[in-house]
Ligand binder design. Structure first.
Ligand code: SF4
Length: 127
């Protein structure tokens, strides 16, 4: 359960992620959008994102994948895009003179998912 309300100057998001005894099982790690801002602004040149990314990787290995990420990965595997393409996207591309995008199973990505066991990891964590 996410509890963003508890974050503040005395208990930061990064502290929550890095201080959690079972970091990979802390659902808050999925709140990190990998923007690297913390890395840019840290005066001590600490890079919290590297730790948080490793926690996300560990969580994925454990099959504890946030439903939002599971959905995005499912979209990529099914269509090649993380988010569904809309008619607005098509209209904007047409207005810019860009070719239409084609969607369909991302065969190469599916092969990687199969070879790395990603499919099983995504299924394991489903509840
Ligand atoms: S990369 Fe850093 S600043 Fe960006 S969301 Fe993640 S923890 Fe926050």
């Amino acid at each position: 359960m996410h509890d963003e309300a508890k974050f503040g100057p005395l208990y930061t998001f990064v502290y929550d992620c890095l201080g959690s005894p079972e970091g990979a099982r802390n659902p808050n790690i999925w709140l990190c959008v990998s923007c690297h801002k913390c890395e840019e602004v840290c005066p001590y040149e600490v890079s919290p994102i590297k730790f948080i990314e490793s926690l996300k990787a560990e969580a994925t290995g454990l099959g504890v994948v946030h439903p939002t990420i599971r959905g995005e990965v499912g979209n990529v595997l099914a269509t090649g895009f993380a988010f569904p393409l809309t008619s607005a996207t098509e209209r904007q591309r047409q207005a810019l003179g860009l070719p239409a995008l084609s969607t369909g199973p991302a065969v190469e990505v599916q092969a990687i998912a199969q070879g790395t066991g990603l499919f099983e990891k995504l299924r394991e964590g489903r509840q």
